[in-house]
Unconditional design. Structure first.
Length: 369
């Protein structure tokens, strides 16, 4: 049995050992700002900003997947911010991807600079070039969103550590079922569980994972002090979603591979990026460090108008930002400011049966003329 299969099999049974006769098998939702706390206020729940049993349960599931302690947050950006603000200080310099999620760069530019933290940018595909001397922290998103370029996590971790830098990997696009950055040498994983882990596009959530207890303590303290805490109801929803993550992720990745290969042969499509394609620039490295190739596909159409017509004309596709839900969705990414061609579309493949989904995609492409 593979390690991934073992983790998937145990995910829905983590609470079994704590169940008493008559207890509900599904996780109960605990909505509480205060707890009964007589006497010495240590060793149990006291206040809703400090702890919550529903948080603890979802953090336990995430820790089971990451094989590391996890700290839950109300969004992926909150998780990223906890790393930046919990670990950095004035005079530090960090390295960010120039082609990753733009809001991560926005935090650095709009807020970190004002606190005396400087940053540089580097493309994901050439992230090793230039070394890491002088950096307190290197942050990568691999595959990059939306371009799907990849960097060698093991090599980057080795070089960053040699220069005294921490390595943070945003693993949102892959989840622990598709890629395991901590096993590859990263110090910290951040992720938006808003996406595939929750899977139903109805919750914002995120987490930080690390095997370094000092890092875990720092982000926990930042959460507790600033009040950047997740809603118990949102945590309960993510807990439910995680129970089916492996099943959904497997289907989404398999369907994405089929669709990416077929998109290559369609005359309306000028370019396709998907790490699972043998001719993709990321394929060899993806095969070495990823367990799946993911559910995101990028394609380029002739123009901005063609991209919009394709998205809006597909019967089984939602025009929406974000990704990772059960519904197939797509977005023309220039409207978010990404440095991509006008006709660039990020396609998030959902859980629909692949043949009807492909027929709907093909029909919309065929109508472009």
């Amino acid at each position: 049995m593979s390690d991934t299969a073992r983790r998937a099999a145990g995910l829905s049974h983590l609470r079994d050992g704590d169940l008493a006769k008559g207890d509900p098998i599904p996780l109960p939702l605990t909505m509480a700002a205060i707890y009964h706390a007589p006497g010495d206020a240590t060793g149990f729940n006291q206040y809703g900003r400090f702890s919550n049993p529903t948080w603890a349960a979802v953090e336990g599931m995430l820790a089971h997947l990451e094989d590391a302690p996890c700290v839950a947050f109300p969004s992926g950006m909150a998780a990223i911010s906890s790393v930046f603000f919990g670990l950095l200080k004035a005079g530090d310099r960090i390295l960010l991807p120039s082609d990753g999620y733009p809001t991560s760069r926005g935090v650095a530019d709009r807020y970190l600079k004002g606190f005396g933290v400087e940053y540089d940018l580097r493309p994901t595909a050439s992230y090793l070039d230039g070394g890491f001397d002088g950096y307190r922290l290197a942050f990568v998103e691999t595959p990059s969103n939306p371009g799907l370029d990849i960097c060698d996590i093991t090599a980057v971790a080795r070089a960053a550590h040699a220069a005294g830098a921490l390595l943070v990997v945003d693993n949102t696009t892959m989840t622990p079922f598709g890629q395991r950055p901590l096993d590859l040498g990263a110090d910290i994983v951040v992720a938006a569980d808003t996406k595939a882990p929750n899977g139903h596009s109805d919750v914002l959530f995120g987490h930080v994972a690390s095997r370094d207890p000092d890092i875990v303590t720092a982000v926990q303290d930042w959460r507790k002090t600033t009040g950047c805490i997740p809603s118990p109801f949102d945590a309960w929803m993510v807990h439910r979603g995680l129970e089916t993550l492996e099943l959904r992720f497997e289907r989404m990745c398999a369907s994405a591979g089929v669709i990416a290969r077929r998109l290559q042969g369609h005359p309306a499509v000028r370019a396709v990026r998907y790490p699972g394609l043998e001719g993709d620039p990321s394929h060899n490295l993806a095969s070495a460090q990823m367990e799946r190739f993911g559910f995101l596909v990028s394609l380029v159409l002739e123009s901005e108008d063609k991209a919009e017509d394709f998205i809006n004309g597909c019967a089984l596709m939602q025009a929406a930002t974000s990704f990772g839900g059960v519904h197939t969705s797509a977005e023309r990414r220039t409207r978010r400011g990404d440095a991509v061609p006008p006709g660039f579309v990020r396609l998030s493949v959902g859980c629909e049966p692949v043949e009807p989904l492909w027929q709907a995609i093909k029909a919309s492409l065929d109508r472009l003329g």
